[in-house]
Ligand binder design. Sequence first.
Ligand code: BEZ
Length: 211
Amino acid sequence: MTSLHLGDTAPDFTASTTEGELSFLDWKGDSWAVFFSHPADYTPVCTTELGRVGQLSEEWDRRNTKVIALSVDSVQDHNSWKPDVEEVSNTTVGYPIIADPDKTVAVLYDMIHPGEGDTSSVRSVFIIGPDNLIKLMLTYPKSVGRNFDEILRVLDALQLNASGPFATPADWRPGDRAIVSLDIPTDEAKELFPDLDVVKPYLRYTNSTSI
Ligand code: BEZ
């Protein structure tokens, strides 16, 4: 079993998908990516999840983010299930779905958790940066559909963090003030961010998140 950590380079692989064969890191290029697994085609929760990801296509594009799904079903199954997903959510699934019947990719990304009932993949999410490093890992049980608004929120927070010395507080939403990283001493932070709100020496907020 592999053990992946935040900050690791996303493992590369070649796989068959609904959009043809692809090499993961070539396909990703220098975009951000959301790589998520689901347990099985023709199942209720998965149907709603893949539809929701399709509905959010403009949001992924706005964030320069490619999305890709995976399950251990075949390309043929993905292709025959896809119209149901599109009908139920009134959307288009315009992103690739990886077919991983031999579980090579699912094992590489530690998506198989046999305690969750069988050896299909659980609901994993990886956010991968333009530098190909893993920025976020989430693992949901098979019974719980994911909140893709939260995935968008994390993408926004990660992209803010990539843009400057910023972190985000609990329940941060885009437009809220950000925390100035402790890498910046308070004197310097006051010059960079004239609105700096020093709540504690180690907790400094700003609304000026473009530098
Ligand atoms: C579902 O998508 O509804 C599902 C799939 C596998 C196990 C449990 C639920």
